[in-house]
Design a protein. Structure first.
Ligand code: PLP
Length: 398
């Protein structure tokens, strides 16, 4: 185990001169990934061909890697499996959970949730029938909105825009007290801060691997099902690899024991290989140490920006226990300011309508990076150098 993050920085292949404050959106490339991928491509796919499913252990990868992510989110062994995209895993968790609370038809979420989660819930309600509905309240009102009409509370622990963090233990306890189940989205938590899905009593949890966990663009998502539910939950997407015996080729579906029933189809082996190379880094660190370093970085950034950029308004909670691993500021010209920053090598991102978002990832970002980023941002704000036409044309991906 290491707590010296100046050592982990060299494990990433970052371009010269870039301060990358967007590891919360697309994690950077670990140095070991290219060689690991080359080996999987040439030695496994190239030489083993279809025998790789057995000889290279491809078929076990979703469960084996699920366990490694399970360590980072406080999950029991054998309760996490990889596959598909996060949007699909949200659908599966939500549909399974809803079915386990018969008689209730309300999904409760908040207006800070990521749109895809809300869209998936809306689409599922349409499929299930006119009585089903998604109810969204302001993030601070979720606790009060938990009553005995709620079937499932679907919450993203850390708000993608503001970095506001919900209290997983308290909300889960309240949900259970009113007879509801919980689906926690850990997209901005896994690899960002310590999560305790088992101790916190979560029923279902989902998250992605291409943000803080650095699996690369399009890397697969994970799903956690509490062991007390795992043999009972009916996967809404009942694909052959979630079957009890896929290679029996039975005509009728019978779910696999435990969380493996949440597998759907053929796993993305190349992306899983990339993820495995990244998880070798995660094996060397403790989430508590990452968290301590992350809070020091986000505090430092907030203090620095507030001292030098009076026009930027903090959107992230100051209280440590209510903050994820990102810091966001509001400004009506946020998009142009972010483009000006990127032009000077400080990469964050913009989230409509007015949020400048910066992710802090201690594995490769240190205090000196924070100070440099603050100085560059302060210069841009003081000189209004964002106020140029080329910084105001919106790209397809912001
Ligand atoms: C990033 C993110 C997603 C993205 O879902 P994909 O299916 O991987 O594109 C969904 N939900 C939340 C909360 C996210 O942060």
């Amino acid at each position: 185990m290491t707590t010296d993050f100046s050592q982990t920085r060299h494990l990433f292949d970052l371009p010269e001169g870039v301060i990358y404050l967007d590891g919360n959106s697309l994690g950077p490339l670990p140095r070991a990934t290219a060689a690991r991928l080359a080996r999987t491509v040439t030695e496994e796919w190239g030489q083993m061909l279809i025998t790789g499913w057995n000889r290279a252990g491809w078929m076990e990868m979703p469960a084996r890697i699920g366990d490694r992510i399970g360590r980072l989110i406080g999950a029991e062994k054998g309760s996490v499996v990889m596959g598909d995209t996060l949007s699909i895993k949200v659908y599966q968790a939500l549909a399974s959970a809803l079915e386990m609370v018969p008689g209730r038809k309300v999904i409760l979420s908040d207006t800070g949730n990521f749109p895809s989660d809300l869209y998936i819930a809306q689409g599922l309600c349409r499929t299930l029938g006119p009585d089903y509905r998604l109810k969204t309240v302001a993030p601070e009102d979720v606790m009060a909105a938990l009553d005995d009409s709620v079937a499932v509370m679907m919450i993203t622990e850390v708000d993608y825009r503001t970095g506001r963090r919900h209290d997983m233990g308290a909300l889960t306890a309240r949900a259970h007290a009113v007879g509801a189940l919980t689906v926690w989205d850990l997209a901005h938590s896994a690899g960002a801060l310590p999560v305790e899905v088992a101790a916190g009593g979560a029923d279902f949890a989902v998250g992605c691997s291409y943000k803080y966990l650095n699996s690369g663009p399009g890397g697969p998502a994970f799903i956690y099902v509490a062991p007390r539910h795992a043999d009972r939950a009916r996967p809404a997407l009942s694909g052959w690899l979630g079957h009890e015996a896929p290679f029996a080729f039975d005509l009728d579906y019978r779910p696999h024991d435990g969380v493996e029933r949440m597998r759907v189809g053929t796993p993305p082996i190349l992306q899983l290989a990339a993820l495995e190379a990244s998880l070798d880094i995660w094996d060397q660190v403790e989430m508590a140490d990452i968290r301590a370093a992350s809070l020091a970085l986000t505090d430092r950034f907030i203090t620095g920006v507030e001292a030098t950029c009076p026009d930027l308004v903090l959107a992230t909670p100051r209280a440590h226990d209510q903050r994820g691993s990102q810091v966001s500021f509001r400004h009506p010209e946020g998009y142009a300011i972010m483009q000006a920053l990127i032009a000077q090598g400080v990469i964050g991102d913009f989230r409509a309508p007015d949020i400048l978002r910066f992710g802090f990832t201690p594995l490769f970002i240190d205090a000196a990076d924070v100070d440099k980023a603050v100085a560059i941002l302060a210069g841009i704000m003081a000189q209004r150098s964002w106020d140029r036409p080329e910084f105001k044309t919106r790209a397809r991906v912001t």
